[in-house]
Design a protein around this ligand. Structure first.
Ligand code: V47
Length: 373
């Protein structure tokens, strides 16, 4: 940790309400819900950043992680209609599609890159056999032996279990045997059953989402967790979301990274009905995540949703990861994201270096591949 970070943090907060929080961070005492409210209500943005940066450097030093990856959205056919989604289609829509395993392999091969990770996620498609998923993983594993296969959200896993009349444990075990490494963090949305009833009708309950991650962890499958914010949630809903993740992580220690996702409303039923979070709000949520989730190894600033500029600043607000090169992001771009569809390796490295931190290329399980000093 640099002297500068320590010095900035040792000074008192301009906003005195933050002093109790600061004392806790210095002593390594866990934050309570009330502290989280204090953070979100404060405008002492420099001090909030300094606290989160201190915590981040305690956990991860000066490294900031990125991965050379590709996102694959194998189908856009989805049998639920989330109010936040601009990507899903009914199966009879003109632009509905499902990729074959061959097409997935071609797309991964065509990227022409040594991929560290493939991130696979799709709609809840009722017409695919279970073997479609198993052979997808097996084929990827056969063609790319050292790649991290980060595939299927807890929402998809829960759906497969219902559709194929299997236990979640059996679905995950079969996928693990086929070569799956980790689960992405999608589908968490907001862990509030009342919000799920309003915006995510037909999706699993919050406890089912958490339960699938618990089973994955018990099988030795590490997972990520997301949080979708910027729609109808209150601060209390956000804090409760973090609290539930922290509790599960105390029990299993199976989460790798937490990814706050900023809602993009264009082309969704919520377009023009919600206020997009400001840059300051996004940074406060990154900082709160770092400070509250004291048992999560990593906090990801997902550049696709944050913009490249805010992502860089987020690295001084507690984030230690910026996800990956991606190739072609589709879900957020269908909902109006203005960021590029993907970034080059060099762009990732220069974005991180420009913040004063040290880029570390990683695979999906945080094994460091190369450090760029
Ligand atoms: O679960 C859907 C969200 C998620 C919109 O695990 C939207 O490393 C914003 O989970 N505006 C999928 N968000 C993406 C995801 C993810 C991304 C990056 C890294 C990782 C990881 C996971 O995207 C969905 C949903 O919460 N989403 N529609 C939208 N209009």
């Amino acid at each position: 940790m640099t002297n500068k970070t320590l010095k900035r943090f040792s000074a008192s907060a301009a906003d005195a309400t933050l002093n109790t929080v600061a004392e806790k961070i210095k002593k390594g005492v866990r934050l309570e819900r009330e502290d989280a409210h204090t953070l979100l209500n404060s405008n002492d943005i420099h001090f909030i950043g300094a606290m989160a940066d201190y915590k981040k450097q305690q956990l991860n030093g000066r490294l900031v992680y990125f991965t050379v990856n590709k996102q694959i959205n194998y189908t856009n056919i989805c049998s639920v209609h989330c109010q936040v989604c601009a990507y899903a289609r009914g199966k009879h829509a003109k632009d509905a599609y499902t990729m074959t395993t061959g097409e997935i392999i071609s797309e991964l091969t065509a990227s022409g890159k040594e991929l560290d990770e493939v991130h696979i996620v799709g709609g809840l498609n009722p017409d695919l056999p279970f073997d479609y998923y198993v052979s997808m993983i097996q084929e990827i594993r056969a063609h790319f032996p050292s790649i991290t296969v980060k595939a299927f959200t807890a929402t998809e896993i829960g759906y497969f279990a219902k559709l194929y009349k299997m236990d979640v444990r059996d679905v995950l075990s079969r996928f693990k045997d086929a070569g799956l490494n980790t689960l992405p963090g999608g589908g968490a949305e907001l862990l509030s059953d009342s919000i799920r009833a309003k915006l995510f009708k037909g999706k699993e309950s919050k406890d089912a989402w958490l339960g699938t991650h618990r089973v994955a962890h018990s099988l030795g499958i590490k997972t990520n967790a997301t949080m979708l914010y910027g729609h109808i949630e209150t601060d209390d809903d956000l804090i409760s979301h973090l609290e539930q993740l922290r509790t599960l992580q105390d029990e299993t220690a199976g989460f790798l990274t937490f990814v706050p996702l900023t809602f993009h409303p264009v082309n969704t039923p919520l377009e023009n009905k919600v206020t997009t979070p400001t840059g300051i709000r996004k940074l406060k949520i990154i900082a709160l995540s770092r400070l509250y989730l004291d048992n999560f190894p990593h906090i990801k600033a997902y550049w696709v949703m944050l913009s490249e500029g805010i992502t860089q600043i987020a690295l001084h607000f507690g984030a230690d990861d910026i996800d990956g090169t991606i190739g072609q992001e589709k879900v957020t771009h269908a909902a109006g994201a203005r960021t590029p569809a993907g970034l080059t390796n060099n762009k990732m490295i220069s974005m991180i270096k420009d913040t004063g931190y040290i880029p570390a290329q990683r695979n999906g399980e945080y094994k460091v591949i190369k450090i760029y000093r």
